[in-house]
Design a binder for this molecule. Structure first.
Ligand code: ADP
Length: 394
């Protein structure tokens, strides 16, 4: 009989999951990775094994209507796939841990109540993160659960980095900079001692460039600044989010254009960024090499904004020893990496053109003052590790 750890990352329209198997005396080993996408529209379950072979791809239309239904479908697939196996623990990605949760926690009813209180800080994500925790508690009450937060890794930043300079009465309600993508940054920091020992204790700027994008400044493996703030709307240009905009523009949307809060939210989260600039797509692959001038402008702005913020983080760090690229765009687009490095060349970056296609390695020349790396992130493994550690499984 095999023992497993289930990792769940639930969003508004998708439920991503990983199954890890416990190996005797060793770390978790990945068994399968999958998702149910299109919840609410045209749901499809797909999963692959550790080598990338497809295990399942089937439409769930007519059977899955919401997040709960998706969890039922996942539970049924897991039962058929891993019959006779035991789930030793479930680890969940939870976007917001507020100021309190500076590390992952074993879930109790009291903790769930605390997580609910944070819903106003992340209304689009937190309810979807809590739902599978409750579903597992109801249906598999013997399975212990761990909540891992996207914000935890950034706790401990200097007070000035967390501050939003509004009146104290407003700040008292939890208005501060939290930072996100923390599980990704924590994973990168955790592998640096082995993957890049020469920079592990130095000043490192990690660029998590996916459909959500941010930068994190690491000193000695700890986060001291990041570009996402109170919400996941700040900082870099993203697939459908603008990144930093003058707050006066938001006032203009309300007061000048008469938009409703719901409309403004949709513009900020769903219609801006690469999609808003290009009018074509939120996917970088559709824009790179696209001759449409608006597609080019979107790519140019993405690079401009990222390089500008790299400069800001280098300043906070008092210089930089390395830049690490990760996530969908960071790991897979040599073009974007090259252009960001060209714009940041003043820091002392000397790229090794022959190595820029590479993944999982150093792409700067040995004499480059600032070394540049491409390191694939693995937020799910970070969650599995936390779950195993907190439950005493590994
Ligand atoms: P998330 O986990 O935030 O959904 P990912 O880290 O998986 O995002 O990144 C997804 C994004 O990565 C896609 O939207 C796409 O823009 C980008 N991407 C993936 N592969 C490539 C590639 N080869 N070239 C450029 N961009 C890519």
């Amino acid at each position: 009989m095999y023992d497993y750890c289930l990792v769940v990352n639930a969003g508004s329209s998708s439920l991503k999951f990983c199954v890890y198997q416990q190996t005797t005396g060793g770390p978790w080993s990945l068994e399968s990775r999958g998702q149910i996408e299109g919840i609410g529209t045209a749901p499809v379950l797909s999963a692959r094994d550790a080598s990338g072979q497809s295990l399942v791809k089937r439409s769930l239309e007519g059977t899955v209507r919401d997040g709960r239904g998706a969890l039922d479908a996942l539970a049924e697939w897991l039962r058929s796939m891993y019959a006779g196996g035991r789930i030793l623990g479930a680890g969940h990605r939870v976007v917001h841990g507020g100021a309190r949760f500076a590390s992952p926690v074993v879930v109790t009813p009291e903790i769930v109540e605390e997580l609910r209180k944070l819903i106003p800080l992340a209304p689009l994500h937190q309810p979807h993160n809590i739902a599978p925790i409750e579903a597992v508690r109801e249906r598999m009450p013997d399975v212990p659960q761990v909540a891992c937060f996207d914000t935890s890794f950034h706790r401990g930043q200097p007070a000035v980095a967390e501050l939003i300079p509004l009146p104290a009465s407003i700040r008292a309600g939890g208005v501060q900079r939290y930072g996100f993508h923390g599980l990704s940054y924590e994973y990168i920091a955790s592998i640096l001692p082995e993957a890049a020992p020469e920079i592990a204790h130095g000043r490192v700027i990690v660029a998590h460039l996916g459909s959500g994008a941010s930068l994190c400044a690491l000193r000695d493996g700890k986060s001291i600044e990041s570009t996402l703030g109170f919400t996941a709307l700040d900082g870099l240009c993203m697939g459908t989010r603008a990144g930093s905009v003058d707050p006066g523009v938001i006032l203009h949307l309300f007061q000048g254009l008469g938009m409703s809060p719901q409309e403004v939210e949709t513009v900020l989260y769903k219609k801006s960024g690469l999609l808003g600039i290009s009018g074509i797509s939120n996917d970088m692959r559709d824009l790179i090499g696209n001759p449409d001038p608006n597609a080019q402008l979107a790519v140019d702005y993405f690079i401009y904004q990222t390089a500008k913020m790299i400069g800001a983080l280098a300043s906070v760090l008092g210089g930089a020893d390395a830049i690490v690229f990760t996530a969908g765009i960071g790991e897979n687009s040599p073009d974007i990496r090259r252009r960001i490095c060209q714009s940041s060349a003043w820091l002392g970056i000397d790229l090794d053109e022959a190595a820029t296609q590479a993944k999982g390695s150093r792409i700067s020349k040995p004499q480059s003052k600032v070394s540049v790396w491409v390191l694939p992130t693995n937020e799910e493994l970070m969650i599995a590790r936390h779950t195993g550690r907190l439950l005493g499984l590994i």
